[in-house]
Ligand binder design. Structure first.
Ligand SMILES: [Zn+2]
Length: 48
């Protein structure tokens, strides 16, 4: 099982991966592309 999951930034719509330990929690995620913070519940898409 992978230790990461993919998340799609709601602002720039780019896809990147974050540590699976954060999945399922309402945590703040950081997009490395547009340098913005957003809550995991705001992610455009989450591919576990
Ligand atoms: Zn972004």
């Amino acid at each position: 099982m992978a230790k990461v999951f993919w998340v799609v930034c709601p602002k720039c719509e780019k896809r990147y991966y974050v540590n699976r330990g954060l999945l399922g929690k309402d945590v703040q995620l950081f997009c490395p592309f547009c340098k913005s913070y957003f809550m995991s519940s705001e992610a455009k898409e989450i591919i576990a």
